[in-house]
Design a binder for this molecule. Sequence first.
Ligand code: ACM
Ligand code: ZN
Length: 553
Amino acid sequence: MKRITSIILLACVTITAIADRADYRIIPLPKTIETDTTKVFTLHDGMSVAYDANDPEVVRNAQFLCQWIEELAGLKLVLSPDDKAAPVRLVLGLSADKKLNKSKKSDKPVKLTPQQEEAYTITVDNGGIVLTARKPIGFFRAAQTLRKSLPIKRNLSTDATSANSVDFPFTKIADEPRFEYRGTHLDCSRHFFSVDFIKRYLDVLALHGCNQFHWHLTDNDGWRFEVKALPELAEKGQWREQSPLRRAGLWDGVPYGGRYTQEECRELVRYAAERYINIIPEIDMPAHIGSALKVYPNLRCDVQNERGVDQVLCAGNPETMPLLKTIFGELCDVFPSKFIHIGGDECPKGGWRKCPKCQAKIKELGLQDDGKHSLENQLQTWMNHQIEEFLSQRGRDMIGWDEVLEGGLTEGGVVMSWRGVKGGIEAAKQHHRVIMTPTDYCYVDYYQLKDHDRQPPAIGYYLPVSKVYSFEPLEGIPEEEQHYILGAQANLWTEYVAYPQHAFYMLLPRLDALSEVQWCRPDQKDYEDFKVRLSHLQRLYDRIGVNYCHDME
Ligand code: ACM
Ligand code: ZN
């Protein structure tokens, strides 16, 4: 009996030991990890965390670290800024830089890439856990890595009492992202999502090391951005009479609306910035703007085609550009983002071809058929150019979907390549910056399993997580042009996605896969290994109540 008891006891101890051990092989996988699993540093409840209390950003990141360790492992650490002997320390300055500075002849500071600014290291040894970073952002990345490394107890209230410590194997981790732009998009026009949900969405983006949130604020289906000088734009433009059901031809008959006040947008900008995410707002024009045309019907230049009426803004109406400038002006006031997205996709030109005002504008501008770009495509480029100049005066750069190439790219335009990668390849050839988000790899509104009946409704098509994982944004780009590729982005359009848990279901685990595309070098990637690491992260999702697709193809 005694022997059996001790075997059971031993088994329990072993299970606890395994369950309470950190594992640094997280998603996205850090650049280098050297771990000695034979030695551990044990972090206990009540241990202190030291950091520079004079820097509010550092303070916030120390607080995040403590909050996450408590949330997942049940350990309450003590914020002790001046404790030199604290077992957990946040230290500014990478040791590699110190060596470099010593050996350097000139005093000129080395210019860091945006990725190098995010670099961090984590060292675990007898002395404790030391996080080092060049900038406070590195502490945030390091804290997220430790958060994802933590063992996750199934039931915090009962398990935490049995083990109020976590073993961290000795390690040296050094990490920085591969691409400077790591984006995720959300369409809040087709369906409106609350400010609270967007905060949770931002949290999930931050968990994956994303640094850009592309916010699709307007489309035919609803105008969501308050413009103070044009109050009726959001008041009326937010509403649609009803929404389409899954099968074409069926409608729900329920009025649907929602909009964000400028104050709410500012609150989200602040919330995102605290998590090192920039919000790129998009006002889509001159098509995908039916919600504004409802309010300003005199600016319509619609075209009838076999699908119905395509709603397009009149390029030749003298009221159009002033209206757009008022909108983009307030957008710049609210969003400090360097990038402002002007849409530019899927603009049918039939209406412009027939419209006397648009044709008069083409004449007035002296646009000529150059055999490459139609007159109407050039007219769209003229509109883009007006907005680009307007944005540039405010220190901003314009992003457009890859259709902005069709009339000739404006000078500083950044291309978001969605109809495959060819637009991105062409833009890079023309020395324009590019964000890769091709439908085939990055459209997470597609089904992720072959069997549609096992999933909530999606727009169609098929994009399994394994395909997202296989994406290589630099493929087909000559080496000397690769630096124009800023990074990659996942897009979540919401025609059929009306609820938060459905949105997360579409996003995850495909964003997990894309985060390794965005963050890791190709030679680090291994899909089988990714799947093993994913199962741990999914326990974290379970803990924080984030939904995801459980099956993977
Ligand atoms: C797009 O998906 N229409 C950019
Ligand atoms: Zn017109």
